[in-house]
Design a protein around this ligand. Structure first.
Ligand code: SAH
Ligand code: SF4
Ligand code: F3S
Length: 475
């Protein structure tokens, strides 16, 4: 790979100004065409990095004069920001685009746009053009900042626009952002991925790893802290390799320590950490920094060394256990969560048993479990998918049962303790209760005034449920 491919590349200021001018052109065009501001139905799928992209799309659209709606029927623009990580994610989007045909027929001036990870795959973009010809606008992940220009082309020429450059991707700073939430914010610190885990589509649709400049991140976090944000989630596909692509290289533990120095009452979380790059320096920074939550999400994927090798993960089961042992020693109160893939093409019953034994040994507080999904273009896609859906499902159920069993009493030690909780919202099931999380990421439910949503409170834990703790607000 060339030197250039490793360095961070920023969208030049001139291009950002050009896009700002297009935002104004779209705004004028819409004001001339419509009496009321038109509405956009924007829906983002996938990971928090994609949600953060969605917030930039929303920011640009708001500046162009769009309002927002949850109802497709009243939208003048429908935009789906898609995810390609598993087949199921793609199928959902195809289903939704199919349903839009009826709306487009009834209202030909409706603009339908698709962007995000699915669209960055050439074969998918071609399929959409062929099978869903009523889609007006298709653009890939590297074109996010060009939304104003692309939308202007659609609106002014009533023509279809397709923009999916075959590039490694760039970083666009200072785009307008409209956040979904007024107390917890995602801050992308890097984009793309260089790891090429053999099952994963992300490096193909998100391009090469590139880090934002430290001063840009620190400025963004300071502004969020000044406006009263209480939780900052630092985002990247592998935050542990943050800084490697910068002209002045730095690293993630240093970034954490500098963020910790920013004045304000806020918690810092981060995801995702790749175990191969999780160092003792990372754990030390977590342990030393008061603002950094003692909860680590460290996706293991499998407990079999052979499968980990086939997945190209770059660590063994023992490497993984070693770093979590160190983390638990430095932070006894720490909680640990992970991701596990079941049914990888080379996973034998013995390999799966290794995963079950790792789960017992590691004592995860939470695990996100996925059935392996074959992604065209990845290395693992060349292996035959040898398991029947029933076999995969059987392993999946056995894993879930084990996780349930070991998770059963995980919150019992909290009973009697008073914990600081960031109130996030009303509990979906019983809307009289509020729900929030502790720094260790434990969900806590308690009775209280909804006006508390978005603030820190003290809650005494009275009872442990299997998925959460139940408590009482301490005045
Ligand atoms: N960069 C993160 C993961 C991003 S994708 C990391 O390396 O940890 C989130 C999770 O989706 C992964 O951890 C993995 O468990 C799962 N995943 C990714 N590709 C998948 C596939 N093809 N099939 C099933 N699960 C997959
Ligand atoms: Fe995918 Fe691996 Fe990169 Fe995570 S680190 S995004 S799993 S290739
Ligand atoms: Fe999905 Fe793209 Fe994120 S594939 S998981 S939205 S990087």
């Amino acid at each position: 790979m060339t030197e250039l491919a490793f360095s961070s590349v920023f969208v030049p200021d001139g291009e950002l100004k050009r896009q700002a001018a297009y935002r104004e052109r779209v705004r004028l065009l819409l004001a001339k065409r419509y009496l009321e501001p038109p509405l956009c139905h924007l829906h983002t799928f996938g990971c928090q990095g994609n949600v953060n992209d969605g917030e930039k799309l929303r920011g640009m659209l708001a500046e162009m004069g769009y309002g927002f709606t949850d109802r497709k029927e009243e939208a003048g623009l429908i935009l789906y920001n898609t995810c390609a990580v598993r087949e199921h994610a793609e199928d959902r989007v195809f289903g939704l685009i199919g349903e839009l045909k009826r709306l487009k027929r009834a209202r030909p001036d409706l603009v339908i746009g698709l962007c995000g990870c699915m669209i960055q795959q050439k074969a998918v973009a071609e399929k959409i053009q062929k099978s869903y010809p009523y889609v007006d606008l298709l653009f890939g992940t590297h074109e996010l900042h060009r939304l104003p220009e692309l939308l202007y082309e659609v609106l002014s020429g009533q023509k279809k626009v397709l923009s999916i450059p075959d590039s490694d991707g760039m970083i666009a700073e200072n785009l307008p952002v409209r956040r979904e939430n007024s107390f917890a914010a995602g801050v992308s610190i890097m984009y793309g991925c260089n790891n090429f885990c053999s099952y994963c589509i992300v490096p193909y649709v998100r391009g090469r790893e590139r880090s934002r400049r430290k001063e840009d991140i620190l400025r963004e976090v300071s502004e969020l802290a000044d406006t009263g944000y209480h939780e900052i989630m630092l985002l990247g596909q592998n935050v542990n390799s943050y800084g490697k692509t910068l002209s002045e290289p730095t690293d993630f533990p240093t970034l954490l320590r500098e963020i910790n120095e920013i004045p304000g009452d806020f918690w810092v979380r981060f995801m995702t950490s790749h175990p191969k790059d999780a160092t003792e320096a990372l754990i030390d920074a977590m342990a030393d920094c008061g603002k950094v939550c003692k909860s680590l999400h460290l996706p293991v994927q499998s407990g079999s060394d052979k499968v980990l090798r086939d997945m190209n993960r770059g660590y063994t089961k023992e490497d993984y256990l070693k770093i979590i042992r160190y983390a638990k020693k430095r932070m006894p109160e720490m909680t640990l969560s992970t991701d596990i893939i079941v049914g990888f093409p080379t996973e034998t019953e013995a390999d799966f048993a290794d995963t079950l034994s790792l789960v017992r040994e590691a004592g995860f507080d939470n695990a996100y479990t996925f059935l392996y999904s074959r992604r065209a273009g990845t290395r693992a896609a060349e292996w035959e998918d040898v398991f029947s859906p029933e076999e995969k499902q059987d392993r999946f159920s056995r894993l879930l049962n084990l996780l349930r069993e070991i998770g059963e009493n995980r919150y019992t030690p909290l009973v009697g303790q008073t914990k600081r909780v960031l109130v996030e919202g009303k509990d979906n099931r019983k809307d009289k209760l509020l729900s929030g999380r502790t720094a260790e990421n434990v969900i806590v439910e308690f009775a209280g005034d909804p006006a508390l949503i978005g603030s820190f409170v003290q809650v005494r834990v009275d009872a442990a449920l299997s998925w959460a703790a139940r408590g009482t607000l301490v005045e």
